[in-house]
Design a protein around this ligand. Structure first.
Ligand code: TMP
Length: 238
């Protein structure tokens, strides 16, 4: 692997996407990845928990409704275990190779879900996050927010059976949402809010402009004009 793929980055960039259930993260990560590749960057898309063979196995375990009840500490440690593997096996080497890593959820999810949601002390979670992520902190984090936890949950569970976290109840998911908001305010600008209540094209445009300080080419209006984003609103593109 070389740095040749990246026009400007000499070290990699880690961008994470956060939010409640059904906020549309996957669509926007894929769309951004495609744009970055068109710009000549070398991009890696990952999800948490997951992204490694062990991480995907841990994901299946932690989300399996048949294994409830799960101790909140056990739940937190499974997420951290999957993260440690992902950082060592995939993220760290990719950043060292100069890639742009787009990660669907990362350390902030643990603080929001296991901290604000389950009630584990935030300080302890922050320490565990640093340990599992080996000190890595995202260059930027986009917080995608839909109208409310309830709508998001409905959307996320629309096509199938709810996983164990989706079944955790509306109060839990409202605490998570409020947690993300508080964390954003405390993040010193790292966490940027993206409102997903409008058309997908509008959300994508917000995603691009929210990252302009990290990847300036995303703010070029000649490349990324209305037509560029409009494709997202065509029904067949989901
Ligand atoms: P998702 O990737 O499809 O959103 O599913 C992952 C689920 O796991 C989601 O409900 C959020 C939850 N989660 C945590 O509770 N803590 C974590 O640290 C992470 C990464 C995810």
């Amino acid at each position: 692997m070389t740095d040749e793929g990246n026009p400007s980055a000499d070290a990699g960039v880690l961008i994470t996407f956060e939010g409640g259930e059904g906020a549309g993260k996957t669509t926007h990560i894929r769309f951004l990845a495609k744009a970055l590749e068109e710009l000549g960057y070398s991009v890696l898309m990952l999800r948490e928990p997951g992204g490694t063979e062990l991480g995907e196995a841990l994901r299946t375990l932690v989300l399996d409704p048949s294994l409830a009840p799960v101790s909140p500490r056990c739940e937190m440690l499974i997420y951290e275990a999957a993260r440690a593997q992902l950082v060592d096996e995939v993220i760290r080497p990719a950043l060292e190779a100069g890639k742009i890593v787009l990660c669907d959820r990362f350390t902030d999810s643990t603080e929001a879900y296991q901290g604000f949601g389950r009630g584990i002390d935030r300080g302890q979670i922050q320490s565990a996050n640093l340990f599992a992520a080996d000190g890595l902190v995202p260059d930027a984090t986009l917080l995608l927010r839909c109208e409310g936890a309830a709508e998001g949950l409905v959307r996320a569970t629309h096509h199938g059976t709810a996983d164990r976290l989706e079944q955790a109840g509306i109060d839990f998911h409202q605490r998570v949402q409020l947690g993300f908001d508080q964390m954003r305010q405390e993040s010193g600008g790292r966490i940027r809010l993206v409102d997903t209540s409008g058309p997908k094209s509008l959300t994508a445009a917000q995603v691009f402009s929210a990252l302009a300080d990290v990847i300036p080419a995303l703010a070029d209006p000649r490349t990324f004009d209305e037509d560029y984003f409009a494709v997202l609103d065509v029904r067949s593109h989901g």
